[in-house]
Design a binder for this molecule. Sequence first.
Ligand code: DGL
Length: 259
Amino acid sequence: MAKNKRPISVIDSGLGGISVLGHLLEELPSEDFVYFGDTANAPYGSKTTEEVLTLTLDNIKMLEDEYYAKAVVIACNTATGAAAEKCREIYSHMPIIGIEPAIKPAVTLSGKEAPRVLVMATPLTLSQEKFVHLAEKYNPNADLIPLPCPGLSQVIESGGDEKAVVTLLDKLFEGVECHNIDAVVLGCTHYPLIKEYIAKYFPKAVIYDGGLGTALQTKRRLAEAGLIEADKKAGKLTIINSAGNTEFASLANKYLRKI
Ligand code: DGL
């Protein structure tokens, strides 16, 4: 099959990457997509960097061997931080696009001299060198407040029931002066799926995530590599997961409608 006709693979530990897939479908409507959630190994955020690296390399291999992926979008901040660099070295023949917490727009677009920016992410994302460097870059111009959110992606995986989400958010935001926050960065791709609940805690804040930026970057990278599907047909979406969870696709579609 001509290379540009092959699908783009979008990967995450579970349903989080759906928040990126929504933008990808809009930006690249003629492309075929294979969305893969590694539900058998979720959550990634409480694993080690080495574990997430091994899982991500194995998943990309499977998607290239079995689905002939022409490009991979790592729609997971945790896996991008742990594995994107190594994946690009090993799979240098295909575009590998990652996502990182949207700190840059949160700081530069705030219009404030030293905005207070809350960065919500998994414990592993916030402990990685990649995040420490990113934070150092913007820290002189902003007051960055990293907030590890253990357990939050799992509540979303279980369907995002309002009561369960709000109970956990109450606990996570306990020590945060929510009314003084200027911007909130959703540094885990699961969190935009419950954005409406998070927004209620922050009366003054603008909320940022990297979904659209990643979709636009994917479009650029595909164009540079000559891999855009030229036929103006409607693309096909395939949704799979590593646990053989039969409800996964219907939950994915429910979240997709929110993006
Ligand atoms: N969606 C993932 C992220 O963006 C990780 C969630 C998890 O598995 O802990 O970081």
